[in-house]
Design a protein around this ligand. Structure first.
Ligand SMILES: *[C@@H]1O[C@H](CO)[C@@H](O)[C@H](O)[C@H]1NC(C)=O
Ligand SMILES: *[C@@H]1O[C@H](CO)[C@@H](O)[C@H](O)[C@H]1NC(C)=O
Ligand SMILES: *[C@@H]1O[C@H](CO)[C@@H](O)[C@H](O)[C@H]1NC(C)=O
Ligand SMILES: *[C@@H]1O[C@H](CO)[C@@H](O)[C@H](O)[C@H]1NC(C)=O
Length: 634
C-alpha cells in the first residue's frame, strides 16, 4: 500500500500495487484510506473507508465487495484508530473475525457521571498527533453476523493498542499504556510505562511482561509458540536503544541493548518492528534498524547469529511473508524502489529481485563523513564517541564556482539521518545547494552510550558537533563555499539551527527553523512531554515534580534565546498553531527578540498544523518559502 501527495488536491492519496512475480505484471488501484489488512488464507482485504465523516468497514475479495458495515451507524464505539501507535486491524485464524482499536463511546466512558455536567470536564489525551486518542477500546467484529462487540476486562487506568489474536483466536494480546497520575505524550517516545496483556473473550486479563518497563510491537510466530516484543526503560531519553525480548513459556532477552557497537556490527534496535517479521519456520526474525549513517536489515537467528544482509545504502524491511522479504531501498540520489528476495537458509546466498526501477535517478554526488570530536570536546563520562554526517552535492553541471551549503539538522534529538532518499534534500540539491545532514552524538544507530552522552549537554555538545561536521566538510571539499552557509532544521533541529546562528553569528548567513525550541524554561509548562524537558538538561523527572529555580535556570541557560541578541542571520520561522510538543509561542519568543532589534525575521503561521507541519499544503508552502528565503539571503 502506498501513499503519495497530490499538490493540486492538497491531500494525500492512498493506492495499492500488486505484482505477480512470475509474469512481471504490476497493477495499481486506488484505495481511499491508509488502513487495510489482507487475510492470510483466502486473501480477503479489509479496508476502512471514510465517507462524510463516517467510517465503513469493507471486505473485498477477487469477486468485488463482499460485505460492508457502517461502523458509525452501529454506534458501539467512537472513531476507529488508524494511527501507528495504537491502531491495528487483525484477522482471526478462521478469517471470520476482525480485531481493531477504537475510541470508547462517550456514553460508556462516562458512565458514572451524571449527564449534562460532564461536558466541560477536562479529558486527557495522548498528546501531540494523538489528541483525538483518549479512551481506546478493543473491538471485535464478527463478519458472519455483522455484530460488533467491545471487549470487556481491560484493567482500569490503561489504554490498550497494538492488539493481535493469540493462537486459537479465543483471546487477544495487546500493549497497555499506563495513565499513571496523568498522561505524557506518546508519539516518538519509547520510554513510557507499558505492559503486554492477554485478554480472553470472557474478560479475564493477565499481564505477561514485567513491571516498570516500556514494551511495544508484540509479534507472534507463525506456529503460535513464541511472542517477541521490544522492551526499554521508563523515563530517560525519550527514544533509546531497545532490547528484543522473547516469550515462549518463559521470558528471555534475544538481543540486548547495545552500548558501544563494534565497527561493522549490529548497532541495536531503535525503531518499531515490521508488522510481519517472522520466518515461516518460526526460527528467525528479520527487521531493519539504524546503524551509524545507514539503515540496515538484519536477520536474527534464535542462536543469536546476526548478519547484515546487504550493503545497499538504505534498506528498510517492510514485511516478510512465507519467507519472501519485501524491502524498500533508496539512497540520497535514488527514490525508493521495492526489492524482494527469499530469506536464505544458513550458508546460502541471498538474491534480490528489483520489482520496479526508480521513476528517475539524479546525478547528485553523495558521501558519508565519519567525524571525531576534537580533544576538548570529548565527553568525559562517555569518552571516545564519534559521529557522522551525509553530504549530498548537486550535479556538477549546475554549479559554476563554489557551491552554497545547507546544513540540515534532524530533530529528536534521538533520531537519525540515514543515507536514504529525502525529498527536501533532493529538492535543495536539484536547485544547486549542497546539503550536509549531521548525525551528531545522541543520534540513533551509534549505541546507547551516544544517546546518553547528550543528556545534560544539549545546547553545547550537539551544537559543537554540528559545527565540527561543517568545518570537516569545508576542509575536505574545497568546492563548498564557506561564505554561503545556511542552517535548516525542525524541533530539536530548529533549536540547534537557532543556537548556531546565535553562537557563530559571523559564520552562517541564513536560518530556517520549523517549530524550534527557543526557551526550554518557558516550554516546561506547555509541552506534552514535560519529563523530557527535565531529562534533557540533566535532571531526574518524577510526576510530582515542582519546578525549582535551579532547574529553570539550567533550561534557560541551554536555550538559544540566550544568544538571540547576537543573531545576524535572517531567520525564517515556520510554526504550527496546534503544536502540543513545542508550543508555537516558542517561535514567537524569538520573533519578538529579533523584531525588537530590527534583525530580519519572517514568520509563517499554520493555524491547523501540529508539530510535524506535514499537511500537504503546508509541506509545499514550507519548502517553497524556505527555498526563496535561501535564494534571497545567499
Ligand atoms: C453511516 O451511518 C451514519 C450514521 O447513522 C449515516 O449518517 C451515514 O449516512 C451512513 N453512511 C453510509 C454510507 O451509509
Ligand atoms: C450509546 O448510546 C446510544 C444511544 O443513546 C445507544 O444506542 C448505544 O447502544 C449506546 N452504546 C453503548 C455501548 O451502550
Ligand atoms: C522505573 O525505572 C526507572 C528507570 O528505568 C527508574 O528511574 C524509576 O525509579 C523506576 N520506578 C519505579 C517505581 O520502580
Ligand atoms: C527528510 O528529513 C527530515 C529531517 O529529518 C524529515 O523530517 C523528513 O521527514 C524527511 N523526509 C523524507 C521524505 O524522508
Amino acid at each position: 500500500d502506498w501513499s503519495q501527495t497530490n499538490l493540486v488536491r492538497g491531500s494525500r492519496v492512498f493506492y495499492s500495487q500488486q505484482w505477480t512475480l512470475i509474469t512481471d505484471i504490476c497493477v495499481s488501484l486506488l484505495l481511499l484510506r491508509s488502513l487495510s489488512a489482507v487475510s492470510p488464507i483466502r486473501g480477503l482485504r479489509a479496508v476502512i473507508r471514510e465517507t462524510g465523516g463516517h467510517q465503513l468497514l469493507e471486505i473485498w475479495d477477487c469477486h468485488g465487495l463482499r460485505k460492508c458495515l457502517n461502523l458509525t451507524a452501529l454506534n458501539k464505539h467512537g472513531r476507529l484508530y488508524e494511527d501507528a501507535q495504537f491502531g491495528c486491524l487483525s484477522w482471526s485464524e478462521c478469517e471470520n473475525k476482525l480485531l481493531y482499536v477504537a475510541e470508547k463511546s462517550r456514553n460508556t466512558s462516562k458512565e458514572t457521571d451524571d449527564g449534562e455536567s460532564d461536558r466541560s470536564v477536562y479529558c486527557e489525551d495522548w498528546g501531540e498527533a494523538l489528541t483525538s486518542k483518549s479512551s481506546p477500546a478493543i473491538c471485535v467484529v464478527n463478519l458472519q453476523n455483522g455484530a460488533v462487540s467491545v471487549l470487556q476486562g481491560v484493567p482500569p487506568g490503561i489504554s490498550p493498542g497494538q492488539a493481535l489474536w493469540a493462537p486459537g483466536s479465543q483471546s487477544v494480546v495487546f500493549v497497555g499504556w499506563y495513565h499513571e497520575p496523568f498522561r505524557l505524550g506518546l508519539k516518538f517516545c519509547s520510554n513510557r510505562r507499558s505492559a503486554l496483556f492477554k485478554l480472553d473473550l470472557e474478560g479475564h486479563c493477565e499481564c505477561l511482561s514485567g513491571d516498570n518497563l516500556s514494551v511495544s510491537c508484540p509479534r507472534l510466530s507463525p506456529d503460535g509458540s513464541t511472542l517477541i516484543y521490544l522492551q526499554g526503560q521508563v523515563f530517560g531519553p525519550h527514544n533509546q536503544c531497545l532490547s528484543l525480548d522473547l516469550k515462549s513459556g518463559k521470558t528471555s532477552t534475544l538481543l540486548d541493548v547495545v552500548n558501544r557497537p563494534q565497527p561493522g556490527e549490529f548497532a541495536g534496535v531503535y525503531e518499531a518492528l515490521p508488522s510481519r517479521c517472522w520466518s515461516a519456520d518460526s526460527q528467525r526474525v528479520v527487521f531493519s534498524s539504524a546503524r551509524r549513517n545507514w539503515k540496515v536489515t538484519s536477520k536474527v537467528v534464535c542462536d543469536l547469529d546476526i548478519r547484515g544482509l546487504d550493503t545497499v545504502p538504505s534498506m528498510l524491511l517492510l514485511t516478510v511473508q512465507r519467507d519472501l522479504m519485501v524491502v524498500c531501498c533508496s539512497s540520497p540520489n535514488t527514490p525508493p524502489t521495492l526489492r524482494v528476495g527469499f530469506l536464505p537458509s544458513a550458508g546460502e546466498a541471498l538474491t534480490w529481485q528489483t520489482l520496479q526501477e526508480p521513476v528517475m535517478t539524479f546525478d547528485f554526488h553523495w558521501t558519508v563523513l565519519d567525524v571525531t570530536p576534537p580533544p576538548g570536546q570529548d565527553n568525559t563520562q562517555y569518552s571516545g564517541l564519534d559521529f557522522g554526517a551525509v553530504l549530498v552535492k548537486p550535479s556538477p553541471a549546475l554549479s559554476e564556482g563554489r557551491i552554497p551549503l545547507v546544513v540540515f539538522i534532524h530533530g529528536g534529538p534521538h533520531s537519525q539521518f540515514p543515507a536514504e532518499w529525502n525529498c527536501t534534500t533532493a529538492g535543495l540539491a536539484k536547485l544547486g545547494f549542497a546539503v550536509l545532514m549531521v548525525n551528531y552524538r545522541g543520534s540513533t544507530g551509534f549505541g546507547q552510550d551516544s544517546i546518553l552522552s547528550l543528556i545534560g549537554q544539549i545546547g553545547s555538545q550537539d551544537v559543537k558537533d554540528v559545527q565540527t561536521a561543517v568545518l570537516t566538510a569545508l576542509q575536505n571539499d574545497l568546492t563548498l563555499d564557506p561564505k554561503r552557509l545556511a542552517v535548516l532544521g525542525g524541533s530539536h533541529g530548529g533549536f540547534l539551527s537557532c543556537h548556531l546562528v546565535g553562537q557563530y553569528p559571523d559564520f552562517y548567513r541564513v536560518c530556517a527553523a520549523r517549530n524550534p525550541v527557543i526557551n526550554a524554561a518557558t516550554l516546561l509548562g506547555t509541552s506534552d512531554i514535560v519529563d523530557w524537558r527535565y531529562t534533557s538538561v540533566g535532571f531526574q523527572y518524577s510526576y510530582d515534580q515542582i519546578p525549582t529555580s535551579e532547574a529553570l535556570a539550567a533550561m534557560l541557560e541551554k536555550s538559544p534565546i540566550t544568544h538571540a541578541a547576537q543573531i545576524k542571520a535572517p531567520v525564517l520561522l515556520m510554526l504550527g498553531g496546534k503544536d502540543r510538543r513545542v508550543s508555537p509561542h516558542q517561535g514567537l519568543e524569538l520573533y519578538k527578540a529579533l523584531k525588537s532589534r530590527a534583525s530580519p525575521v519572517r514568520l509563517l503561521w499554520f493555524a491547523e498544523d501540529g508539530h510535524s507541519l506535514s499537511r500537504v499544503d503546508t509541506q509545499a508552502n514550507c519548502f517553497l518559502n524556505t527555498v526563496l528565503w535561501l535564494f534571497q539571503h545567499l
